[in-house]
Write a protein that binds this ligand. Structure first.
Ligand SMILES: *Cc1c(COP(=O)(O)O)cnc(C)c1O
Length: 495
């Protein structure tokens, strides 16, 4: 049964999966959604014995229905290989009353690798299927992790270029070093004088500029996106929730059919939306706990039904969640409106005009599976320290937010349902904040001295991704104002 894709704002429909992946964002500014959410067609018993790669095939084939089995298996086998430092790909670690699903064993040690290892293969396969001759230019806004993971995936992939915009001063030192040392002749990195929302809004504006699109086409280029607005990012993220559930059954932690909760440290709402899709496919999930940092726009939304981005943007120690416009929420809004694109479009127009919108009581009721929570900087640090002192396990600052929110949820509700916490980054990526949480103020100690101390404290080997930037050459130093992003793209491409 084939699935087609349509824009959440109603302007486009009837696309195949490969066409939706190639476009990234719909022409009307909407996001692509499948016309229905497919059900898993293998049993949990069968899934329990499967490798990550086989699970990925069983899940992704249901969404990417215009890919042949051979094409999809090729993409999966090349993505989830020895780039990951464990054959499990996404191991589950039981600690302090929860299951931490470690999604950071790929190339760039953040969960973005789970989807961005495969996106380049999905994209080039899609280009071939659709007889695309143009060079594909991937434009990406990053709050710190997507940029590196996307470049690692697309570096030197024939027929592609990648341009990444990150907020100057808004990412960790390790994140910045990872990006500015990126190799590959087709990669470009730009620090913008603004925050992540500025970067994301700027990228969306470039996508929406028809005249610019024509200038690009005249030179043989076409744009696509590696952000989680691309359905080719979202679908691979559904896989690890199915995999985690099957592993819990396989390991005898739960019985087949038992419900679990899932807690996700959330920014752009992509990762938690993938968990929701897994539930819609039939995975026994009860509550989805959406964890925010001080930028708690989603917490307020789930409390009140009003999304209001008119507030101060706060820089925190979990920078990949410093976001006030969570793009993928649009997909949930659309679903909650019974897939009425008109309702969704009006709300998104409200958001861009007035900075806020309010959903109806019916839409809010539709979202009953979600609950929001947030952790302050102090609560996050205390949680990292507590988990370390209780168990010796060291979590990063984003996972810390999720863990703190889950602990508070459990105390508030008494809900004892087994819970998976998405562990989205290696603690090494945020060495300074993590070590500070455990040991107290570090002053301005050298970043790599901190890395070595964290190694001593955690007993976890320093990942290759960190070792390789210790002495790497800086290759990118471009900066631009938030109103100059389009000119910068033109300059990089030599238009
Ligand atoms: C991107 C990111 C998040 C937020 O994920 P979304 O899908 O944007 O909600 C959380 N933690 C880390 C480490 C990330 O890189």
């Amino acid at each position: 049964m084939s699935i087609s894709y349509q824009s959440t704002r109603g302007g486009e429909s009837g696309l195949t999966a490969s066409q939706a992946i190639l476009k990234g964002l719909a022409d009307d500014g909407g996001l692509f959604m499948p016309d229905r959410i497919p059900s898993l067609d293998v049993s949990i018993e069968e899934l329990a014995g499967m490798s990550y790669q086989e699970t990925a095939y069983q899940v992704m084939k249901l969404f990417l229905t215009d890919f042949t089995e051979e094409e999809l298996r090729y993409c999966i086998d090349h993505a989830y290989d020895s780039k990951f430092d464990t054959e499990e790909i996404a191991p589950l670690v039981k600690a302090d009353g929860a299951y931490y699903l470690e999604l950071f064993h790929g190339n760039t040690i953040a969960f973005k690798d789970m989807a961005l290892s495969i996106l380049p293969y999905l994209m080039t396969t899609s280009a071939r299927k659709n007889h695309i001759e143009n060079e594909i230019v991937i434009l990406t806004a990053t709050s710190g992790d997507t940029g590196k993971a996307a470049m690692a995936g697309f570096a030197d992939v024939p027929g592609t270029r990648i341009i990444v915009f990150y907020p100057k001063g808004g990412v960790s030192r390790i994140q910045e070093l990872q990006m500015v040392t990126q190799k590959g002749d087709n990669t470009a990195v730009v620090a913008i004088h603004g925050n992540f929302d500025d970067a994301q809004t700027g990228v969306k504006q470039i996508f929406g500029d028809k005249a610019f699109g024509e200038r690009l086409a005249a030179k043989g280029f076409q744009l696509s996106s590696a952000n989680s607005i691309n359905i080719g990012r979202l679908v691979p993220q559904v896989v690890y929730y199915v995999y985690a559930y099957a592993k819990l059954v396989e390991n005898g932690e739960i019985q087949n059919g038992d419900v679990i909760n899932i807690t996700v440290p959330t920014g752009n709402f992509g990762n938690i939306l993938a968990a929701y899709l897994a539930k819609q496919m039939g995975l026994p999930v009860k509550t989805l706990i959406c964890a925010s940092n001080d930028n708690k726009v989603l917490y307020d939304f789930f409390q009140t039904g009003t999304y209001d981005r008119k507030r101060e943007f706060i820089l925190t120690s979990s920078p990949s969640m410093d976001i006030l416009i969570s793009s993928n929420l649009e997909r949930l809004i659309y679903l909650s409106a019974g897939c009425d694109a008109g309702v969704n479009r009006e709300m998104m127009e409200e958001l861009s005009k007035n900075g806020a919108y309010q959903i109806t009581g019916e839409m809010k009721a539709f979202m009953k599976d979600f609950t929001g929570g947030y952790a302050t900087e102090a609560e996050n640090a205390a949680e990292i320290k507590k988990v370390y002192e209780d168990t010796g396990y060291v979590i990063d600052t984003h996972t810390g937010v999720a863990s703190a929110v889950y602990r508070a949820y459990k105390e508030r509700t008494g809900d004892q349902t087994p819970t998976v916490i998405a562990s989205t980054a290696s603690p090494y990526k945020f060495s300074h904040s993590v070590l500070e949480a455990i040991q107290g103020s570090l002053g301005d100690r050298d970043e790599f001295a901190v890395v070595d101390e964290l190694n001593r404290v955690s007993g976890v080997t320093v990942p290759n991704a960190v070792e390789e930037i210790r002495h790497a050459e800086i290759r990118h130093n471009r900066e631009c104002g938030r109103d100059n992003m389009e000119d910068t793209v033109a300059e990089i491409l030599g238009l």
